[in-house]
Design a binder for this molecule. Structure first.
Ligand code: FAD
Length: 424
């Protein structure tokens, strides 16, 4: 296995790092001023987007871009270190048109949209003119098990009629959000047979200004409202033309799965970027702060926290790079368990590493004077969004058990009880 980035990826990293140093970091104060006033900082982001695009730092994540689509066509392994660089300033991914949920939606549209759907939705997304959201979770069902989704997408002549309630829909409050990809049940009512449960759901494009679609609230996360929103949406008799169905009726789950693998690499590497920043801040604070006659960094427990953080970050990065490498070589189906593993490992690590950094900073670590509290909160959210930890653990465990079943009795001779009797 060779995880070293290609010369192109190394050159892109250097350019991206320069852009972060020269343009993004100096914009941080402005960004916070807008955000503190509750306004989406488009005035900060739009000039950054224009500059990033003119420098070729645009759509860095999508290997399958066609010749006429703007972007770099880096594969997942080459993109991963770039996502880490962006992760240090989480909102910066938008400046390079690489932010979730658009990146996942773009993957989905690239694979399954019709030519007309591409022209209406995919092309403006790739140009960064509009944004989108993915509406799956619902308040009335455990959304970790999406076979239970209740939103109805019913055919009525040459339209689909959508009825349901969705919540925690990221991006729905973004001022440029123009479309929701809504997943719902398009099969007949009544309890489906077990084998049919995964073939009853479809995805439709619902314009955000469609009559009957209401964004009821932007749900606060821990102690704040995300500017792009994690919103509750109500859809009441929303009519969309039948050509706004993505792919086939009943193929919603299969398609939704396809957007997950690459998205998990992106999230995981951005998490690693945030953990690196937290570790750097923790070390700098430990060197500078004095207590009980010495530096905080002289205490053995603080040194343990620093060392564990370094080792955990490096282990996690290798795991993510392996998943990206496998995704490139064998595709999303083969990398399914790897994608679950990195999602789980990096989200848990983010809360652990940043929690240690907060402790080293003392009370200041909980305040908005450092990025730590907000980054910890995002790590905590990552342990739920895109499936809670337990669901991913279950996937990894079931895979291991299947391997054990396939091995049969191969290990029996390691167990003394079954060793053949000694011959004298
Ligand atoms: C910040 C944020 C952003 C989000 N963005 C989006 C978005 O853009 N679009 C969208 O559709 N959704 C989004 N979500 C919702 C997210 O996908 C769901 O919260 C997640 O899938 C879990 O569903 P749930 O909240 O209904 O929890 P439930 O399904 O009710 O699960 C609750 C708990 O039950 C336990 N549990 C569930 N299944 C198992 C199992 N198999 N084994 C053991 N324990 C289990 C776990 O402890 C789990 O945490 C977002 C959530 C957050 C926090």
């Amino acid at each position: 296995m060779d995880f070293s980035p290609s010369p192109l990826s190394q050159a892109m990293q250097a350019r991206l790092q320069r852009f972060m140093d020269d343009l993004v970091l100096p914009s941080l104060a402005d960004w916070h001023r807008w955000a503190d006033a509750g306004c989406y900082p488009l005035d900060v982001l739009e000039p950054l987007k224009a500059q990033a695009r003119s420098l070729g730092l645009w759509n860095l994540f999508l290997p399958s871009l066609r010749a006429d689509q703007p972007g770099t066509r880096l594969d997942h392994l080459d993109y991963a270190p770039l996502a880490e660089v962006m992760g240090r300033v989480p909102w910066s991914a938008e400046a390079f048109n690489c932010s979730a949920p658009d990146s996942g939606n773009i993957e989905l549209l690239q694979l399954f949209a019709s030519p007309a759907q591409r022209e209406r939705w995919l092309d403006p997304l790739l140009r960064g003119e509009i944004r989108s959201c993915f509406a799956m979770s619902e308040p009335d069902v455990a959304s970790s098990d999406p076979t239970q989704l209740r939103t109805r997408i019913a055919r009525d002549g040459d339209h689909y009629v959508v009825n349901g309630r969705k919540w925690f829909i990221t991006g729905a409050a973004h001022p440029l959000c123009r479309v929701a990809l809504v997943i719902g049940c398009s099969g007949e009512g009544g309890a489906p047979a077990q084998e049919d449960q995964r073939h009853r759901h479809s995805i439709v494009f619902v314009p955000m200004d469609a009559p009957g679609l209401v964004v009821e609230r932007n749900i606060p996360m821990l102690d704040h409202h995300a500017l792009e929103g994690h919103c509750e949406l109500v859809l009441r008799d929303v009519r969309v033309p039948a050509d706004q169905l993505l792919g086939e009726e009943g193929a919603g789950f299969a398609m939704a799965q396809a957007r997950l693998g690459p998205g998990r690499v992106h999230h995981a590497m951005r998490s690693i970027g945030q953990c690196e920043l937290a570790l750097e801040l923790m070390c700098e604070r430990a060197l500078e702060r004095r207590a009980f006659g010495g530096r905080v960094g002289d205490f053995a427990n603080v040194q343990d926290w620093i060392a564990h953080s370094r080792l955990e970050i490096d282990q996690a990065r290798l795991l993510v790079l392996r998943a990206a490498w496998k995704l490139d070589r064998e595709g999303p189906a083969a990398a399914r368990i790897d994608a679950s593993a990195i999602k789980l490992v990096t989200a848990q690590m983010q809360t652990r590493v940043i929690d240690r950094a907060i402790q080293v900073f003392g009370a200041m670590g909980l305040s908005p004077d450092t990025p730590l509290a907000r980054m910890w909160g995002w790590g905590r959210a990552l342990r739920l969004l895109d499936g809670p930890d337990e669901v991913h653990l279950r996937g990894v465990a079931r895979h291991e058990l299947a391997r054990a079943r396939a091995r049969g009795a191969a290990n029996a001779l390691h167990l003394r009880r079954w060793l053949p009797p000694a011959t004298s």
